[in-house]
Write a protein that binds this ligand. Structure first.
Ligand code: C2E
Ligand code: CA
Ligand code: CA
Ligand code: CA
Length: 279
């Protein structure tokens, strides 16, 4: 709405109040959601382009709100990060994921690699490493099947400290991937210092890959760069056969996107993994 003159002042104040009220009630709701088990983990399969098999899953959080319905993580993760709630949410996701994976394994499914998104805020917690170790011990989860997804943003400050931490993860047997690659501000030179296993090319480079030569050139060089650094490369947000064909031609290792699967609830993933295990 167009606001001007003396009205702008009147308009501004209620808006601010409303905003902070919404924010506060959202924060309380999220706090309660954690306690009331309104949070749920969905899992998006990652497909090996050579075999066509599901070789990994990414955990994506869902908030099933009693009245508002399903709230997307892009709506509440930023708020959780601002308020510090991401710490508790993050531990819940890690623990829940490990317990789920153990349950699948106990039901006879072969183990599969599971990627969990980490916020920079979590990595800044001094006791993150020991808390993670505790979750792995308590749940009996084999860390070799855990992949932590981090973004280039972690290279913004205390780089040396972060590299030490990442190396500690790796010593525990955990895999590391760099998420949303190409959207941050990091210099490419960081890649050689980062102890990572996997590079995930952001969806924005994939979206127009079949009719934009620049995007195709960028993706081609990211794939080559990854391979020369011995990294596995995953293309995110793949939605069409054309994109799959180009990515296969360019030598991309894995694909994650709606063309194959959206993020699915536990039972559906279980059925998929079971079907795959008997073929
Ligand atoms: P992300 O880590 O980049 O996850 C990929 C997002 O892209 C997911 O959105 C996924 O559903 C969506 N996606 C996957 N394939 C396609 C596709 O083919 N087309 C399109 N248009 N989208 C696709 P989602 O689940 O809404 O999650 C959004 C973001 O929220 C994630 O982006 C991640 O940054 C964050 N997030 C989700 N779960 C967690 C969590 O447990 N912890 C933290 N810290 N962040 C999380
Ligand atoms: Ca991710
Ligand atoms: Ca991503
Ligand atoms: Ca993202």
């Amino acid at each position: 709405a167009k606001v001007d003159g003396r009205n702008s002042f009147q308009f501004y104040i209620p808006n601010m109040q409303e905003q902070s009220f919404q924010r506060l009630s959202m924060e309380n709701n999220l706090r309660r959601a954690l306690e009331n088990e309104e949070l749920e983990t969905y899992y998006q399969p990652q497909i090996d382009l050579h075999t066509g098999k599901i070789v990994g899953l990414e955990v994506l959080l869902r908030w099933k709100h009693v009245t508002l319905g399903s709230i997307s993580p892009s709506q509440f993760i930023p708020l959780a990060e601002e308020t510090g709630l991401i710490i508790a949410v993050g531990y819940w996701v890690l623990k829940h994921t490990c317990l789920q994976a153990i349950a699948w394994h106990k039901s006879g499914l072969p183990p599969i690699q599971i990627g969990v998104n980490l916020s920079i805020k979590q990595l800044q917690q001094k006791d993150f490493l020991s808390s993670l170790q505790q979750i792995l011990d308590e749940t009996n989860f084999d860390p070799h099947y855990l992949e932590l997804e981090i973004t280039e943003g972690i290279m913004m400050d205390n780089v040396e400290e972060k590299i030490i931490l990442l190396n500690q993860f790796r010593q525990m047997g955990i895999q590391l991937s760099i998420d949303d690659f190409g959207t941050g501000y990091s210099a490419l030179s960081y890649l050689k210092n980062l102890p990572i296993d996997t590079l995930k090319i952001d969806r924005t480079f994939i979206e127009y890959i079949d009719h934009n030569e620049q995007d195709q050139a960028i993706v081609a060089s990211l794939i080559n760069l990854s391979h020369s650094l011995n990294l596995i490369v995953i293309a995110e947000g793949v939605e069409t056969q054309e994109q799959v064909d180009i990515l296969r031609e360019l030598g991309c290792d894995r694909i994650q996107g709606y063309f194959f699967y959206k993020a699915l609830p536990t039972e559906e993933i279980e059925a998929l993994l079971r079907a795959q295990a008997i073929t």
